[in-house]
Design a protein around this ligand. Structure first.
Ligand SMILES: [Zn+2]
Length: 131
């Protein structure tokens, strides 16, 4: 990773917000971290990519420990994102979740939304468009 002008890498900024215990390493800042390209990313995803490299599309980062704040690399693993037809997904999501997606959706965070709700981009898009 190239060293930026201020001398602090994204990885160093990242670890400054992590509280390590003997078990989980918990993320202590907001729900999004701005990585080296300044794009908001889930802390767990940043940690995974930092240690394992890029994530193929169709996968999201899951935690084996179940702790919602954990970013410890060996507690993270990839899970295939379920791809079902949109009607099935609409049934799976609660009305509240669908409203949340429609209100909060931002195209720049499409990856995060798709990951959070286990949707493909096509499914996400059809929900946002209220199809
Ligand atoms: Zn953990």
């Amino acid at each position: 990773m190239a060293r930026p002008k201020n001398g602090i890498t994204a990885a160093e900024r990242f670890w400054a917000n992590v509280e390590k215990s003997e078990d989980c390493w918990n993320w202590t800042a907001g729900s999004r971290f701005r990585g080296s390209d300044k794009k908001p990313i889930k802390p767990s995803r940043f940690s995974y990519v930092l240690h394992n490299g890029p994530i193929d599309s169709g996968f999201h980062v899951a935690r084996t420990c179940g702790s919602p704040k954990c970013v410890r690399p060996d507690h993270l693993r990839l899970e295939a994102t379920a791809v079902n037809n949109t009607v099935g997904e609409m049934d799976r999501l609660s009305t509240y979740q669908i409203e949340y997606i429609r209100k909060r959706y931002n195209p720049r965070e499409a990856d995060d939304f798709a990951e959070e709700f286990g949707l493909s981009h096509e499914q996400l898009y059809s929900i946002v468009r209220e199809v």
